[in-house]
Design a protein around this ligand. Structure first.
Ligand SMILES: Cc1cc2nc3c(=O)[nH]c(=O)nc-3n(C[C@H](O)[C@H](O)[C@H](O)COP(=O)(O)OP(=O)(O)OC[C@H]3O[C@@H](n4cnc5c(N)ncnc54)[C@H](O)[C@@H]3O)c2cc1C
Length: 296
């Protein structure tokens, strides 16, 4: 019989650590399994989390990890959880080192993986001068030149919002054709529309078009496709919900999934993503998992 924990938290970043903190403070035995692939590891600074604004993402996570691991009932395992099965009070989890553990409750805090459009130079600048979240990185562009790279109609949202942060050019790149009403809305917000295809992104955020023109920008925004970072929720039978950028695990107001005893939090379980929201959801998931150990 593998070692049994009150709860296993899969994902030891902002959401998972926040969930584990609540369980630890209730003196419950918690194992955190983490693969070390935080979503914002590409960025040098994290913005928008009160009390931590502008700090390095790793520094925020490291402080949180140290605080949670200071509780004596918490264990940490650096590994990727590959398989989960079982049911409430007797879940089992296997990781990539072949280790198996049992858990009465599971908290899935695995985050998501981003897929960017295949444009030369885009991925290399992700988190440095190519972003997806205006609230996280728009302010630092200092009302400068902002390019929005279209991935489809969903990019209208970026194009219409970002004029609050700078002078916006909407690069359609053959991926989206705004209709008349959408063109009027863009014009009303002062957005320039550039229909040519993008050849590559170079320098800080200069867009080279296939027709040879180079349009210098201070930063680019692109809506990445997101996918829940692990198959565990699917293996357990959790229901998913469709978001504009990708599917995520469906939860209720207590972060409970459709499978009794399984909770989910952070980017993996919501459509809008930030560190602050992940931490809030994690706190709810941790307290809800703890209460369910008592009240069922
Ligand atoms: C480039 C970029 C910049 C960003 N900047 C900001 C910002 O400035 N401010 C802000 O608020 N938000 C920012 N975000 C969003 C922020 O990164 C996320 O909202 C936040 O990281 C979500 O936290 P989380 O704990 O849900 O997931 P994550 O932080 O992604 O952590 C998930 C953890 O689970 C682990 N994991 C996944 N699957 C498994 C498995 N099977 N077994 C074990 N471990 C697993 C991963 O390795 C990872 O460590 C940014 C995102 C990106 C992409």
């Amino acid at each position: 019989m593998p070692e049994t924990f009150d709860a296993v938290v899969v994902g030891g970043s902002y959401a998972g650590l926040s969930a584990a903190m609540q369980l630890a403070r209730a003196r419950r035995r918690v194992l955190i399994v983490d693969a070390g692939q935080r979503r914002n590891r590409f960025a040098t600074a994290s913005h928008g989390l009160i009390g931590q604004d502008g700090r390095a993402p790793e520094a925020i996570a490291a402080d949180a990890r140290a605080q949670v691991l200071a509780y004596p009932t918490v264990q940490w395992r650096q590994a990727t959880a590959l398989r989960a099965d079982g049911a409430i009070d007797r879940f089992e989890l296997e990781d990539d080192a072949g280790a198996r553990v049992a858990a009465r409750r599971l908290v899935l805090a695995t985050g998501v993986v981003d897929t960017l459009p295949e444009i030369d130079g885009l991925q290399a600048r992700w988190g440095r001068s190519v972003f997806h979240c205006p609230y996280c990185h728009g302010y630092e562009l200092d009302r400068g030149r902002i390019g929005v790279v279209a991935v489809g109609e969903v990019s209208m949202h970026h194009a219409l919002m970002l004029p609050d942060w700078g002078t916006v050019t909407f690069f359609l790149d053959g991926r989206f054709a705004p209709d008349e009403a959408q063109r009027a809305a863009l014009a009303a917000r002062g957005v320039a529309v550039e229909p040519a295809r993008i050849a590559r992104v170079c320098d800080r955020a200069t867009v080279e078009l296939e027709d040879g023109r180079r349009i210098e920008q201070d930063g680019l925004f692109v809506a990445s496709r997101t996918q829940v970072a692990s198959p565990l929720a699917g293996q357990l039978g959790c229901a998913f919900e469709d978001g504009p950028l990708g599917a995520f695990v469906r939860t209720d107001a207590m972060q409970a999934t459709s499978v009794p005893g399984v909770f989910a939090c952070g980017d993996a379980a919501r459509g809008a993503h930030s560190v602050a929201l992940a931490i809030g959801d994690g706190a709810m998931a941790g307290t809800a998992a703890h209460r369910s150990l008592i009240f069922g």
